[in-house]
Design a protein. Structure first.
Length: 261
């Protein structure tokens, strides 16, 4: 059977066009892909696109204050030790400030905020209220330390990926506050790090990675300092504060939405 040369050329063109069109359909515009999922929940604002993940962080910041601020007030009122009282003080101050910021951001972006803690957070408050003495100290410190530890990476994820300038600033503020609270809770000496570590790996089956375990009695080679070479002048300085402290000083939020009037 003889095939016409023109027919072969037409067939080749059709195959080529199909190969070009297929990936455009199968990846860029198909529902279920990462890009499509992001686009489906995104709205445009004057501060940049606002994704579902952005809105989730805004709500989570508000929820954190709704239960952590009364938890801090309870700690100051009951004051079983100075360390617990100091942690409660930081919770009150930090979340009063952060709540002001999140309400302004939510009003500007049109995000509805909850007005009471969720069911799990209410349960944590009830656990602390019912406890006394050493049990109270343990529950106060570890419930709060665990909650802060779980939202810490979530803040970083949104801070890294958001294209919205208001959400990016809120994430930066929240990151600073959460780190301050983690630090002051750990200063109480009551954090159960074994329980936190076990909880963190309870749902993972991934094999450990990283360098091999150290050999007892064997000294690891020293590492040279990482530093710039040549005649380079610098003007910046390391972040302020001694190790184990966090500087939370920052400008007051701008209430252009009028939510604080």
């Amino acid at each position: 059977m003889r095939i016409n040369g023109t027919a072969l050329l037409v067939a080749a063109i059709v195959v080529t066009l199909g190969a070009i069109a297929f990936p455009m359909w199968s990846y860029a515009d198909r529902l279920g892909t990462g890009q499509a999922n992001v686009a489906a929940g995104t709205v445009n604002t004057q501060w940049g696109p606002l994704t579902a993940a952005d809105r989730d962080l805004i709500v989570r910041v508000r929820l954190a204050g709704l239960w952590e601020l009364p938890a801090g007030q309870q700690a100051v009122e009951r004051a079983p030790s100075q360390a617990i009282k100091e942690a409660g003080d930081h919770l009150i101050v930090g979340h009063t400030d952060l709540d002001k910021r999140v309400r302004i951001v939510a009003a500007q972006l049109g995000v509805a905020l909850p007005n009471q803690p969720n069911e799990q957070q209410q349960g944590w408050l009830q656990e602390m209220t019912a406890a006394t003495g050493a049990e109270y100290e343990y529950k106060f410190v570890n419930l709060l330390r665990s909650a802060h530890g779980k939202i810490f990476p979530a803040i970083g994820t949104v801070r890294n990926s958001t294209r919205n300038t208001l959400v990016r600033q809120l994430a930066s503020d929240a990151n600073q506050t959460v780190l301050d609270h983690i630090t002051v809770l750990e200063k109480t000496g009551r954090v159960d790090f074994d329980a936190i570590a076990n909880d963190a790996v309870a749902t993972t089956t991934a094999s450990p990675t990283g360098p091999s375990a150290p050999i007892p009695g064997q000294v690891a080679p020293s590492a040279p300092a990482a530093e710039a070479t040549g005649d380079i002048g610098t003007t910046s300085r390391p972040s302020p504060g001694a190790p184990g402290t966090v500087n939370t000083n920052r400008p007051d939020p701008q209430d252009s939405a009028g939510v604080l009037e």
